[in-house]
Ligand binder design. Structure first.
Ligand code: PLP
Length: 395
């Protein structure tokens, strides 16, 4: 941040600047400013803790009409970003209850979003399943939920997944989501699906999947990865009683939400322009970047090397697995940092996994959404360091 060195910042999760999207936000801001009374009201009044009625109405209409979800405004709660939404949701569900029993969040697949890891006020509230690994070709793999060995017992308060998954770019299949919803039903607990990158917006999801909501599901959405993270607008779709609890918590934690993102997006939801933007601009923008970055990885790595890229089905990241690399991903991270390349070592994303698994130290996450030269040069340096490390004895 201080400038100086030419850092290759492949560690973060910031969305890219998508020119077509920026044009729409600018136009909407111009429209808001031109409507002086509306603008003044936006700035001077606190919203109710559930969110702006106009936005919630537009969103519930769009979810009903476009996706066929049986939801109304009572099923939608707004928070100051979905990160804050998750802090409230996860603490509402997990931890030690009035009955003295401790309840945990089950992640059916580790690795999972690092941003949940420290959100629970009580220690040791995540438990994760070890995934199956499907090799799609010599250098491409996909994690699958190992349903037969999921650690689901009496102590589980909710099941939680991100879809697409941060860090891997995995998109759980419709069948996997349906099976998780069934499992959640059987245990009388909610299934939380974090759609921060997914459907119906921002649509950084390269498979055509069927977004699903049922009364025992909590679906989280966000305006951030559309290119509006500065507006801090998170959205929770859930049963009415859960939304009431969430809004009550939000009143205590936040008093009210930022309202500019909601004001920008409401008419775009009503007209459908937001969905067109996702389909025509945002998804192709990221998909092309992802494909190019994967191509560069294959060009930089020798074909007979034991490296594997998780299939890129969405989100902003590529997940690389260097099987049997003699050094840990933490050490690889350190060496890359010395060369001016920042990535995230993979072990941070396995916080819910209790058993030892060498795999957790063999992976890194990198962001493909930065400028092309940065990503390409970063990948070249990663390949160099990995090849160098592979020649030394294992420790
Ligand atoms: N969920 C996932 C999977 C994310 O990757 C992020 C941010 O990177 C968030 C939630 C939080 O997003 P926000 O608080 O900006 O809505």
């Amino acid at each position: 941040a201080g400038g100086g060195r030419d850092w290759k910042m492949l560690g973060g999760g910031n969305p890219a600047r998508v020119p077509a999207a920026e044009k729409v936000w600018r136009r909407r801001l111009d429209e808001l400013i031109a409507d002086a009374d509306r603008m003044e009201r936006l700035l001077v009044y606190y919203d109710g803790p559930q969110g702006q009625a106009d936005f919630i109405d537009a969103l519930s209409g769009a979810l009903r009409d476009r996706l066929g979800w049986n939801v109304g405004p009572e099923n939608i709660g707004i928070t100051n970003g979905s990160q804050t939404g998750f802090f409230m949701l996860l603490n509402m569900l997990a931890g030690t209850g009035a009955d003295g029993k401790k309840r945990r969040i089950l992640q059916p697949i580790a690795p999972e979003y690092i941003g949940y890891a420290d959100q629970l006020i009580e220690e040791d509230c995540f438990i994760a399943g070890r995934p199956g690994i499907e090799h799609i070709d010599a250098h491409t793999f996909k994690y699958r939920i190992d349903f037969a060995n999921l650690p689901i017992g009496e102590d589980i308060a909710a099941i939680c997944v991100s879809r697409p998954t941060n860090p891997t770019g995995n998109v759980l299949t419709d069948d996997e989501i349906r099976s998780l919803a069934l499992l959640a039903d059987e245990h009388d607990i909610p299934l939380i699906v974090d759609n921060a990158y997914g459907a119906p917006f921002p649509g950084i999801i390269f498979d055509d999947i069927q977004p699903m909501w049922e009364p025992n599901m909590v679906v989280s959405l966000s305006l951030s990865k559309l290119g509006l993270p500065g507006t801090r607008t998170g959205i929770v779709v859930a049963r009415e009683d859960m939304i009431r609890s969430l809004s009550a918590m939000n009143a205590i934690v936040s008093l009210a939400n930022g309202n500019i993102g909601q004001a920008i997006a409401a008419p775009l939801l009503r007209s459908g322009e937001l969905f067109d933007l996702c389909r025509d601009e945002i998804r192709p923008f990221y998909e092309a970047k992802s494909l190019r970055a994967i191509q560069w990885i294959h060009e930089a790595m020798p074909d007979d090397f034991d490296y594997h890229v998780h299939v890129s089905e969405g989100a902003l990241f590529l997940w690389l697995w260097f099987r049997d690399l003699p050094i840990t991903s933490a050490e690889l991270y350190r060496r890359l940092k010395e060369r001016g390349v920042l990535v995230i070592p993979g072990h941070y994303f396995f916080y819910g996994l209790k058993d030892d698994w060498r795999h957790r130290d063999e992976c890194i996450r990198l962001t493909y959404s930065q400028e092309e030269d940065t990503v390409r040069e970063g990948i070249r340096i990663i390949a160099e360091e990995v090849l160098k490390a592979s020649l030394q004895p294992r420790h």
